[in-house]
Write a protein that binds this ligand. Structure first.
Ligand SMILES: Cc1cc2nc3c(=O)[nH]c(=O)nc-3n(C[C@H](O)[C@H](O)[C@H](O)COP(=O)(O)O)c2cc1C
Length: 273
């Protein structure tokens, strides 16, 4: 299978693509031009690093793929301090404005997130965006039903000691599950893929990190994740495609409050050898 094409007119035979290919599939041909033999093409992870690092832009994919819209000249250097502040300012957002986020904006964020790394460049993550706030409220409601079952049941669920307080908060009019957020993003993937969970966590981390740049805030929805992985009514409500399972969930929307300070954290624990 052919996955890349190398333009012999623009290739300068610098050898960077040969060095950079993670699986060593690109070799020097007798004529000097690098080549990925068709018979090893099946092993190509389609990571595009040969294309990305080619100084002459001589390499292009011949498989179906969607490039980023980012024009080259717009790529600015980000100073470490700026990036550090941006990342350290990220907070879990648990209070939201009563305002929906346009689908186009969510699509723009997910268009960035599709560049997050994945094992062997498998790109297994699919998205279910619960955009209708009423449906988000239903997810909370069903999670509370699941918690009542845990509270009333005989089995020793690990969350049993915690659920009475959450039920009480819900019954007092609060939303301890989706925090009144208008939307929930659910990363899901094929059940059979053993790396999909890690890839989904990375993708959601990107989503959460990208959110403030779009004026948005997000928060991991951990209780929803656990409930939606084991409670049939929630599994049915999400109705993911056959053979696919929820990997993790995240609430998001426009933050009601703006963070003013950066709180402290444990110092880095580093061992050097
Ligand atoms: C895997 C995971 C699950 C989480 N689940 C919830 C949750 O269900 N509800 C919630 O309010 N926060 C949840 N959080 C947010 C954490 O409480 C939060 O990240 C932590 O307190 C640090 O605060 P910060 O994100 O503002 O730095 C979760 C975070 C992670 C990473």
């Amino acid at each position: 299978m052919k996955t890349i094409s190398i333009n012999p007119r623009t290739c300068t035979q610098c050898g960077i693509c040969i060095e950079i290919c993670p699986t060593g599939l690109i070799i020097q041909s007798n004529e000097g031009i690098p080549v990925m033999p068709d018979e090893v093409g099946n092993f190509c992870s389609k990571c595009g690093n040969c294309e990305a690092f080619c100084p002459e832009s001589a390499i292009s994919p011949v498989f179906d793929t969607k490039h980023a819209d980012t024009p080259k000249e717009n790529i600015a250097d980000i100073m470490p301090g700026q990036l550090g502040t941006y990342m350290q300012q990220r907070r879990s957002i648990r209070n939201y404005k009563n305002r929906k986020v346009d689908r186009a904006l969510i699509e723009e964020m997910l268009d960035i997130v599709r560049y997050s790394p994945s094992g062997m460049n498998n790109q297994p993550v699919r998205w279910l965006v619960v955009h209708d706030p009423e449906k988000v409220r239903k997810l909370t409601r069903l999670t509370m039903d699941w918690m009542r079952d845990i509270r009333d049941g005989d089995n020793m669920h690990p969350l049993k000691p915690m659920v009475p307080a959450l039920i009480a908060a819900y019954e007092a009019g609060k939303d301890p599950i989706c925090r009144g957020a208008p939307h929930v993003a659910i990363a899901y993937a094929a059940e059979a893929n053993p790396m999909a969970f890690t890839d989904s966590i990375i993708a959601l981390s990107w989503f959460e990190l990208a959110a403030p740049a779009f004026g948005l805030g997000a928060c991991w929805a951990g209780f929803l994740k656990i409930a939606a992985s084991e409670y049939q009514p929630l599994i049915q409500e999400l109705d993911l495609p056959n053979g696919h399972v929820l990997q993790y969930s995240m609430m998001f929307g426009y933050p009601k409050y703006k963070e003013q300070n950066i709180p402290g954290r444990e110092p880095s624990r580093i061992t050097w050898k």
